[in-house]
Ligand binder design. Structure first.
Ligand code: NAD
Ligand code: WQD
Length: 340
């Protein structure tokens, strides 16, 4: 019998790609999102990719009545919880909004899940929990030292879930710490579509490549890295999506709770991203090197070996594939889902 999964934050960047991967793996999916940072058009695109009729509910994870009626109506096997606010800078300006959505949303969801004895959960955590790491590649038992309210909400969420597991061993939880998710579905139908000015490197590069922005500002050329620019572990969003399918399968087959890094395990500099993107789009990408961005870490990457061991999962798509897929999405949809 098909298992039924509730996906919160389903129309967001990672949620939409995971929705595709779950449908391809044969799950029933109920997508929930309040559309505060995504658009309904995503549902239509995921339907086109999967060739299936989708089940989507527009609603807020903090709405206990809504969740209760959802869990009463359907036999749910597990939840993947993506819904959260995620912009680091905004979290410094609006900490209460971040604690409200990210923590009250989680508390509410877990309360309703417990009432309906659904105790299998995959949680979106982040490499941001490590802050500025003591050593790289980063292993999962490194100290947790978040440097902003957004990162705090992820550490606190993990703590809440650990306490929940201690109180009731029936809970089975996968804590997935993502490194830098990038790229897009190979169809070019879904991808990252930030509202306004992109905060992150890859969507900014994509918008310069497609002519929506003049040039990229490279934050810092004097880091102690090979070419002086910041180094990150970029992971293709479809590799990440497949990591969720593996995590879910592990938990649904009665595997124990676990915490893993999901990264490619390879450090890539800003200049390497630009060069690979130039190959993908076939023209040069104007950039200028400016001052470092406050709060940025010079370099980090994941040690992803625990995910390989526990989940038999590893990232398979390289930087050139990431840039080619990102470019296909950006070129087909210069204005993101507003074109849909
Ligand atoms: P996203 O903003 O694209 O997706 C999150 C979705 O959640 C959005 O569609 C938004 O509308 C929805 N949402 C927000 N608040 C909600 C609420 N109260 N009720 C219902 N829906 C709500 O972000 P994403 O990049 O897809 O991130 C998904 C998850 O992964 C988040 O938990 C994020 O913190 C985590 N994460 C993201 C990254 C990254 O760089 N993208 C890295 C590490 C971890
Ligand atoms: C990557 C590199 C920048 C933009 C952030 C969050 C983190 C996580 C993922 C959720 C850095 C450089 C960037 C630009 C640039 N999110 N850069 N010009 O900072 O590693 O991680 O997103 O959990 O919490 O902090 O990602 O893409 O912003 O930056 O030179 O216009 O690109 O300095 O070296 P980051 P990023």
């Amino acid at each position: 019998m098909k298992k039924t999964i509730v996906l919160t934050g389903a129309t967001g960047y990672i949620g939409s790609h995971t929705w595709c991967a779950l449908l391809a793996a044969g799950y029933n999916v109920i997508g929930l999102d309040n559309l505060c940072n995504s658009m309904y058009a995503v549902v239509e695109r995921v339907a086109t990719i999967s060739g299936e009729k989708l089940h989507f509910i527009e609603g807020d994870v903090r709405d206990a009545t809504l969740l209760d009626s959802l869990f009463s109506k359907y036999q749910i096997d597990a939840v993947i919880h993506f819904a959260a606010l995620k912009a680091v800078g905004e979290s410094v300006e609006k900490p209460l909004a971040y604690y409200d959505t990210n923590l009250n949303g989680l508390l509410n969801l877990c309360q309703v899940m417990a009432q309906h004895t659904v105790k299998t959960l995959v949680f979106s955590s982040s490499a941001t929990v490590y802050g500025n790491p003591e050593s790289v590649p980063i292993v999962e038992n490194s100290p947790l030292r978040p440097t902003n309210p957004y990162g705090q909400t992820k550490v606190m969420s993990e703590q809440i879930l650990h306490d929940l597991e201690l109180s009731d061993p029936d809970w089975r939880i996968g804590y997935l710490r993502y490194f830098n998710p990038v790229g897009a579905h190979e169809s070019g139908l879904i991808g990252e579509d930030p509202l306004g000015l992109p905060n992150n490197l890859m969507p900014y590069v994509a918008q310069v490549a497609v002519g929506k922005r003049d040039k990229l500002r490279v934050y810092g050329g004097d880091y102690p890295t090979e070419d002086g620019t910041g180094v990150r572990d970029y992971i293709h969003v479809m590799d990440l999506a497949e990591g969720h399918v593996s995590a879910l399968s592990h938990l649904l087959h009665k595997g124990a709770s676990f915490t893993v890094n999901l990264g490619a395990g390879k450090g890539v500099s800003v200049l390497q991203v630009i060069s690979s993107y130039e190959k993908a789009c076939g023209h040069s990408i104007p950039y200028e090197i400016v001052a470092r961005r406050p709060g940025d870490v010079p370099a980090y990457c994941a040690d992803p070996s625990l995910a390989a061991e526990i989940l038999n999962w590893r990232a398979t798509r390289d930087l050139n594939t990431i840039c080619a897929d990102s470019w296909r999405w950006q070129n087909m949809n210069p204005n993101g889902f507003s074109d849909a």
